[in-house]
Design a binder for this molecule. Sequence first.
Ligand SMILES: *Cc1c(COP(=O)(O)O)cnc(C)c1O
Length: 501
Amino acid sequence: MNYNSTRNNRTVVTASQAIAQGISEEGGLFVPQALPKYDADTLKALAATDYRGRAKKIFADFLGDFTEQEISESVDAAYTAEKFGSDNPAPISYIESGETKMAVLELWHGPTCAFKDMALQILPHLLTKSVKKTYSGKEAVILVATSGDTGKAALEGFKDVDGTKIMVFYPVNGVSPMQKRQMATQKGSNVSVAAIEGNFDDAQTGVKQIFTNAGIKAKLAENNMLFSSANSINWGRLLPQVVYYFSAYCDMVNEGKITMGEGVNVVVPTGNFGNILASYYAMKMGLPVKKFICASNANNVLTDFIRTGTYDKKRTFYTTISPSMDILVSSNLERLLYHLTDGNAEKVAGWMKELSANGQYTVDEEVKEKLNALFYGGFCDDVHTQETIRTLYKEENYLCDTHTAVAVNVYQQYFAETGDTTPAIIASTASPYKFAASVLEAVSEEALPEDEFAMVEALSACTKTPIPAPLSALREAEVRFTFTCKVEEMPQTVLKNLSIN
Ligand SMILES: *Cc1c(COP(=O)(O)O)cnc(C)c1O
């Protein structure tokens, strides 16, 4: 199985090249040339095994130049009960109320309490093996722009991994206090963290520019290093996310919630479009998904795109209580456009050029029709997000975080509009304790304590739910990173950190 670039079909790379390189030379994203097709027997075989077994099968079908043993080692090292609290890293909580059936797929039981762990616990294994295959002996420099969760999950995944260095940039006022503390206290000898004076899109654009800056790249090459990416533009981030949609479906079958072959909907709180795109790939491979419900917060650029066919990033950027979705340029949408145009790289490259030159583009009618046949877009502001947390807790005794609440709210809007009773898999993307202030405010009548850890404890006392161990450990952890820089200073910061300025 080889990979093309979304912006040039003449670019053909192996899986390990796609993962090691992260992004294609001309700025496009790597996409599989063909997808494996799973029939009913394959789904049954997946249902008969566990999460790790399912992951091994799916990885083997995509990672053409990896050996079975390499895949096995990577999967077994990543998805341990020690790291994810049980042998199933992605358990489901069922909420059935009235006619709605929600299977809340909890993707946040890993070391950093957000769904990014599902991919970032395995990416370092895939990436170091990929770099060995394609650029033997080079040191991989991982640059990450984060809206909060990716940064911490990547730091935790790559800390002290031989042959790698990792550098994370986050928007100084764009992450929750808990997210900031998680990153500032990161351990490891190969890690560094900087805040930037700007928002997530500034950080992401800054990182993309460093990646494609010929001068900087040459400097790295002289020093036997190369850049790679742990952002969800990297195929090695997306592929692990395909696994949990298959796994959830199998678990639902095994738990008697659906019958094999029955249709489901998928609801995803969306930022960079990685998580929802992974479910689209699962569908293309044979998982019976009927509708993809794309949930946004007040930064509703995707809702408008799905409804109008025009992607327009020229709009106010809102800082919300679901900060991991505060994004105006959803990078992975480019991959969906590539598939919806049946691989028309020229068209996709044209739209992306318009986006960076004019801040907007409009897809043609044919693409819009295909999009609307599969995707529903909706959004939810902060007030309704908190209301959803409160109602879900009071009525169903289920505590969810701000991002998951956006998904639940948009699912309810979808249900009210369509009456569609298809069972819905709701991607639950973070522990409520990562966003303790907003969650506590939603469920408690009392005044909020000031200190972040006092809030975490109050939330636990109020809801009688346990504080995740990795978060309570942060209280005593030493702060290592307090550096803030301007967006223009990002290249210099990187070079300085690598001691090659
Ligand atoms: C990253 C993140 C999202 C958005 O996921 P995308 O794959 O970028 O669409 C949603 N919720 C949480 C908690 C996240 O960390």
